[in-house]
Design a binder for this molecule. Structure first.
Ligand SMILES: *[C@@H]1O[C@H](CO)[C@@H](O)[C@H](O)[C@H]1NC(C)=O
Ligand SMILES: *[C@@H]1O[C@H](CO)[C@@H](O)[C@H](O)[C@H]1NC(C)=O
Ligand SMILES: [Cu+2]
Length: 220
């Protein structure tokens, strides 16, 4: 047990301050984000809260235009726990929709253990002041989408429930896109508690690889 505690505290000391987090902006705009009421994690992957967090069916004020094929940046408000970063999108008729069940989510970005020293992607985001940059696929159809940005805290994930899911949905309007409508997955449904990317001891034995939960990244 001592070695585990040692590794755990070493990991904490090595990182910046790690806490509960909220995704608060896209390209610096906060009006398009369905901000959860607080920064508590979702831990039940079968709950509707796994879709867009608590109160995620409540529309935000505005819809942000983003260009297909361009890079965009989300902002996390504080330093996240150790874990992966994931981004999904779902096509909707109206980005201010109050219906968020039954949507088809395709993954556009993921990062787990990165770099030659295999550090967590969340550590890079923390080092960048909470910013995560990724690409809106060039080929997807123009129109309105919900974009779901997620980080998963794996610091207490060795049993389920344990992993801490943090996400916000962002209302966007894609312009200049193509004709693709990528296959997607459902939330809830895409994740199960027994997924090796969800129930995992990140301290010991030392991980040599990590696969985030959910589908493959759409590479269009
Ligand atoms: C766009 O973001 C990706 C990360 O997803 C990065 O690798 C790439 O360098 C960025 N491109 C530009 C032009 O900044
Ligand atoms: C989305 O962008 C298109 C093209 O610029 C525009 O015609 C449309 O009004 C926009 N829709 C929303 C909801 O912003
Ligand atoms: Cu936390």
């Amino acid at each position: 047990m001592q070695i585990l505690q040692l590794l755990a505290s070493a990991a904490l000391l090595a990182g910046s301050v790690q806490a509960h987090v909220r995704l608060t902006a896209l390209n610096g705009d906060t009006g398009c984000v369905r901000l959860p009421p607080n920064n508590s994690p979702v831990t039940d992957v079968t709950s509707n809260d796994i879709i867009c967090n608590v109160d995620g069916a409540t529309p935000a004020a505005s819809v942000l235009d983003v260009v297909a094929g361009s890079n965009v940046t989300v902002t996390w408000d504080t330093g996240a726990h150790q874990g992966p970063e994931l981004v999904y999108m779902a096509k909707v008729a109206d980005a201010k929709t109050t219906t968020i069940t039954g949507l088809s989510w395709f993954k556009i970005y993921q990062a787990g253990l990165v770099g030659s020293d295999l550090h967590w992607a969340s550590a890079d985001v923390n080092a960048a002041g909470g910013l995560l940059e990724f690409t809106i696929p060039k080929s997807i159809a123009s129109g309105q989408y919900l974009l779901r940005g997620e980080t998963i805290g794996l610091h207490v994930a060795s049993t389920y429930p344990g992993a801490q899911f943090y996400m916000s949905c962002v209302q966007i309007n894609v312009t200049g896109g193509g004709s693709a409508s990528p296959a997607g997955v459902s939330f809830p449904g895409a994740y199960v508690g027994s997924d090796p990317g969800i129930t995992i001891n990140i301290y010991y034995p030392v991980l040599t690889s990590y696969t985030p939960p959910g589908p493959e990244v759409y590479s269009g």
